[in-house]
Ligand binder design. Structure first.
Ligand code: PRT
Ligand code: MG
Length: 218
């Protein structure tokens, strides 16, 4: 049985932006998950391995202790709820923002407290919280992707989605009408692992914190 440290993360932008942080800690993955089909990736350190999982599944693996550590977007953590997770560090990577977007011809300024709109999103909790705080009633339509399509075909008045460059919204003739909050990725730790594997984990956490601080200062 593997007794070292297991780090869960998703491939794509989070994996790419985590690589320099791992390298600064002396950890180099032995395979590239973009080209490999392996879901368990060894590293140059016998006591550290990576699990490649869907971004939304990262908190679940860490919550149940199938991974000791994970890297997940704040968007994902807010939807998950964070039960059983210790969140010691904002890694300051994979930046974007959660926003409300609509068709250019939709008058968002006319949406007032007491009013009602149809919202399509995969961020159900965040959408409910945001519009409740504005006193706006919503009919919520849960989607799993390609949210941009919903306002174009009359499925919803607005979407709640992540925006980075804004290119995806522009390509679909949508306008960002409100920013909900900035998003970046966090380190998450299984609370039992933190106690049981403290000697292995703490140096890793310290090293991540050091790299993030050094990059912020540069
Ligand atoms: O893609 P998949 O369905 O497998 O899962 P995922 O979309 O959850 O994972 P991934 O790897 O795409 O995103 C992982 C994390 O990266 C998210 O949880 C965010 O915290 C963070 N992140 C940062 C982003 C973006 N930037 C981003 N731009 N996640 C998604 N996007 C999408 C956005 O949803 C929209 O479709 O990119 C599009 C907008 O980008 P712009 O640049 O056109 O504005
Ligand atoms: Mg994606």
């Amino acid at each position: 049985m593997f007794t070292g440290i297991t780090l869960a993360l998703s491939k794509g932008r989070i994996f790419e932006e985590t690589l320099p942080l791992l390298a600064a800690t002396g950890i180099v993955p032995s395979e590239n998950p973009e080209s490999s089909r392996s879901l368990i990736i060894a590293t140059n350190r016998a006591d550290v391995r990576l699990l490649i999982v869907r971004a939304t599944d990262v908190p679940t693996y860490v919550q149940y202790g199938a991974a000791d550590l994970g890297i997940a977007g704040k968007d994902v953590l807010l939807e998950h709820g964070g039960a059983g997770l210790y969140q010691p560090l904002d890694l300051d990577i994979a930046h974007c923002r959660m926003s409300v977007a609509a068709r250019a011809d939709f008058d968002y300024s006319a949406v007032r407290p007491g009013g009602r709109i149809r919202v399509a999103t995969k961020y159900v909790k965040q959408a409910k919280r945001h519009f409740a705080s504005k006193g706006v009633h919503i009919d919520l339509i849960k989607l799993y992707g390609s949210m941009e399509l919903a306002p174009l075909v009359g499925l919803a008045d607005v979407i709640v989605d992540l925006v980075s460059t804004g290119g995806t919204l522009r390509a679909n003739n949508l306008v960002e009408v409100e920013t909900i909050e900035p998003i970046s990725s966090r380190l998450i730790v299984n609370q039992a692992s933190l106690k049981l594997k403290h000697a292995l984990l703490q140096p890793l956490l310290d090293s991540f914190a050091h790299s993030v601080a050094a990059r912020r200062a540069s």
